[in-house]
Design a protein. Structure first.
Lengths: 140, 114, 496
């Protein structure tokens, strides 16, 4: 497919979708959303371009990226286990700590959130891998 | 409402079995998708339906009796994710196979049987 | 106690490392070293189990039955130890025997994925979690089976995938119905509920679904057709990995489910299991006798041997269950070893067809010895492990009055011996026929190429010589399986 409208639109849609994906990720703990949904959205944002252009081209641009995304995501997931090991709690215990922000606000961060970020990146990688494996011809 | 959904589960299983018994690999995969969805719906139904009640509530919120059971919903979410991965892998496998042999006919797959 | 989760976490860490450093040179080292460390960890866990009985870890600090619990008892610890030995051996084997077309890095990523899923299934104490680990394992095995991308592999892969996916969906449906009826998915809690409930007979609907699901995974009689259709297609390294491990996870779950909580209707279930065990043995043995390709013979053999393991569950006395566990452990070692040797034969001669090869005894006496050890073990010849395994099972069968299945087991032993002798006669004793396989592709196998098979052969012999001690362990495991009180108490310690 080679539609100029889609190509231009995909360029801007990509960032809009990524912003929404991050939003879905951030509100995920207590509201609908989360790492998986956010990851799918962000993955699709990148995939959009492969619809507009050509899957080969994107693959060239990204150069092995799906695996890198997955590696990054999995390592973040692994990282989220470390605090519970250090604090000698049982593995995967959700530990929360708050960071005070100006204007009387506070930011709540915790290992489940870190886990979600890990899922986010893994899902991006997996989505890309799925789409590339379905759209490109295998090398003979 | 539950009885309707139970019938839907049955219909979905019927459709999936019918599609799986066709000769085309693609139809088989579509049947697999149907079966996966039917199973997900079955798991979702297993806790019973509590219309209009949330699975998660605020600390001061409603009593536990009127709350929907969140566990099957979590299970279904996991199952859907796994199902997604599996369906994509099956499609990729079918695609590679089609590229190599040019056939979509399950009856042609007799090479490895004995 | 977080150590309990490490059989899952450690392969996970290795996958990440392999994904980051995508070089084959590094992967060469990560494979054997990683699995070696895993083996040590498993042995240490077995020591822990010996000290404490049953050990449990409540993940995330959520006490059972609300959270996911990881439990290790004797049976799972033994399975962990033996399977990690096999993965260690296969990791070494892969360095020398994997086709050059398959990148080692890629292979090891999914190899560790398979280990992660398998270890997860061994140590989880939650039914849905078991489903997830099964899927992790199956996804990795799907990729492994089609790694070579040949036509046969893709075709075998489709069959393997189709039937196993249907099995997984059966498992999921069973989980759903189980939850609908009991409101819990923790195995220990399920056991507590179902053993005291007088309407437990209603659980038969779920039990049938689980039976079909595990039956497909373990390849029992009417459900095994995916196995012979796919196991002979992938690279021999991958086949030997699958042969030793995948079906045995199905057997493990059979034991876990039908000793821990599906004990409400023993008459029906044990009868059914015994009948199926008999058919499985005979069907697999007969088909193995009819074939002339080593990998196909050995694939049918896997099925035949699954029958013995299930038979122990059907007899359901402590001795029988201990025998079945003994048999499972011995079979994992011996079965993998036969596949390893068939890979060696293929490497020197370039074919798996028995009609085309011969005279290997003269040229490679060491290979002949390495074959005869697992062959004797499988057939049940005294000094090696298989004899004791079969002996215990048959003794238990006679003591309990299950004469029919015992007779079938003894007769199937002859079929096994026949097909092992067939490989021995055709490949090793017969004179090499004059054909294009006459000239060796390589002259000599190096020591490292023999090493994996040597390790497994030594394990088989040690298991036979020290059968008394191994039997102690399996007896302990059987007692723990049949007397579930300790298991339930350890898992549900805060919740009564």
């Amino acid at each position: 497919m080679n539609s100029i409208i889609l190509q231009i639109a995909a360029r801007y849609l990509k960032w809009i979708l990524i912003v929404f994906a991050v939003l879905a990720l951030l509100r995920g703990h207590n509201h609908p959303g989360g790492g998986f949904i956010g990851g799918l959205m962000a993955g699709l944002a990148i995939v959009y371009r492969s619809f507009a252009y050509n899957a080969f081209q994107i693959k060239e641009e990204l150069k092995d990226r799906p695996e890198r995304y997955i590696a990054l995501g999995l390592s973040v997931i692994l990282l989220s286990f470390v605090p519970s090991l250090i604090k000698n709690a049982t593995l995967m215990t959700g530990l929360w700590f708050t960071i005070p922000l100006p204007f009387n606000e506070e930011l709540k961060l915790g290992t489940p959130f870190l886990f979600d970020i890990g899922v986010f990146f893994t899902v991006i990688g997996v989505t890309l891998m799925f789409v590339f494996s379905l759209t490109q011809k295998s090398q003979p | 409402m539950e009885i309707v959904l139970a019938i839907v589960v049955g219909v979905l299983y019927t459709v999936s079995v019918y599609l799986m018994l066709r000769r085309s690999i693609l139809k088989f995969i579509i049947g697999l998708i149907f079966m996966s969805n039917a199973t997900n719906l079955l798991v979702f139904l297993s806790a019973g339906l509590v219309p209009g009640s949330p699975g998660f509530i605020k600390p001061e919120g409603v009593a536990a009796e009127t709350m929907a059971d969140p566990l099957p919903q979590a299970l279904v979410l996991t199952a859907i994710v796994i199902g997604l991965g599996i369906v994509v892998f099956t499609l990729a496998l079918k695609y590679k196979f089609f590229e190599l042999t040019g056939t979509d006919d399950l009856d042609q797959l007799k090479q490895t049987d004995s | 106690m977080s150590l309990i989760a490490f059989p899952i976490l450690f392969p996970f860490i290795l996958i990440i490392i392999l994904l980051i450093f995508r070089s084959d040179r590094l992967s060469r080292w990560f494979g054997p070293i990683g699995t070696g460390l895993l083996a040590m960890l498993s042995v240490y866990l077995l020591v822990l189990v010996r000290e404490h009985g049953v050990i449990a870890l409540q993940m995330g600090g959520w006490e059972a039955p609300f959270g996911i619990t990881l439990v290790i008892d004797y049976f799972s610890a033994l399975m962990l130890v033996v399977s990690s030995i096999i993965t260690f051996v296969v990791a070494i084997y892969a360095l020398y025997f994997l086709t050059a077309r398959i990148r080692l890095n890629r292979f090891f990523i999914f190899f560790f994925g398979l280990i992660m899923g398998m270890n997860g299934s061994f140590i989880t104490g939650d039914v849905f979690n078991l489903f997830v680990w099964f899927e992790v394992m199956l996804m990795s095995s799907f990729v492994l089976i089609t790694l070579g991308r040949t036509k046969d592999q893709l075709e075998g892969g489709i069959k393997y995938l189709a039937l196993n996916l249907i099995g997984s969906l059966f498992l999921l449906a069973g989980v759903g119905l189980l939850y609908g009826k009991t409101g819990t998915l923790n195995m220990a809690h399920l056991a507590q509920i179902l053993t005291t409930d007088d309407q437990a007979i209603l659980m038969n609907t779920s039990a049938v679904l689980f039976f079909v699901a595990f039956g497909i995974k373990a390849a029992v009689f009417p459900l095994y057709f995916w196995l012979p259709a796919s196991y002979h297609t992938p690279d021999v390294t991958i086949t030997s990995l699958f042969a030793g491990l995948l079906t045995k996870v199905g057997v493990y779950t059979f034991f876990r489910f039908f000793t821990l909580f599906f004990v409400h209707d023993p008459q029906f279930w044990h009868q059914l299991i015994l009948v199926i065990a008999g058919f499985t043995m005979v069907a697999g043995g007969m088909a193995a006798a009819a074939h002339y390709e080593t990998r196909r013979i050995l694939s049918y053999h896997i099925i035949s041997q699954i029958g013995y393991m299930i038979m122990g569950l059907g007899i359901f006395t402590p001795l029988a269950v201990a025998g079945a566990i003994f048999f499972t452990l011995h079979n994992m070692l011996a079965k993998t070893n036969t596949f390893l040797v068939s890979g060696m034969i293929n490497k020197v001669r370039g074919t798996y067809l028995l009609k085309n090869i011969g005279g290997l005894y003269k040229e490679y006496p060491l290979m002949a010895i390495l074959f005869i050890i697992p062959a004797f073990a499988l057939a049940g010849v005294p000094p090696v492990s298989g004899f004791f395994a079969k002996f215990i099972l048959i003794k238990a069968g006679i003591e309990n009055g299950n004469y029919g299945i015992t007779a079938v087991a003894v007769l199937t032993g002859l079929l096994t011996l026949y097909s092992m002798l067939k490989i021995w006669n055709e490949a090793f004793l017969k004179v090499q026929p004059h054909n294009e396989f006459e000239k060796n592709t390589i002259q000599k196998l190096s020591f490292m190429e023999y090493l994996p098979s040597v390790i497994l052969g030594a394990a088989s012999i040690l298991m036979g010589v020290f059968a008394y001690y191994v039997f102690d362990f399996t007896m302990e495991a059987a007692n723990q399986l049949l007397d579930t009180e300790l298991y339930i108490k350890t898992v549900l310690k805060g919740y009564q």
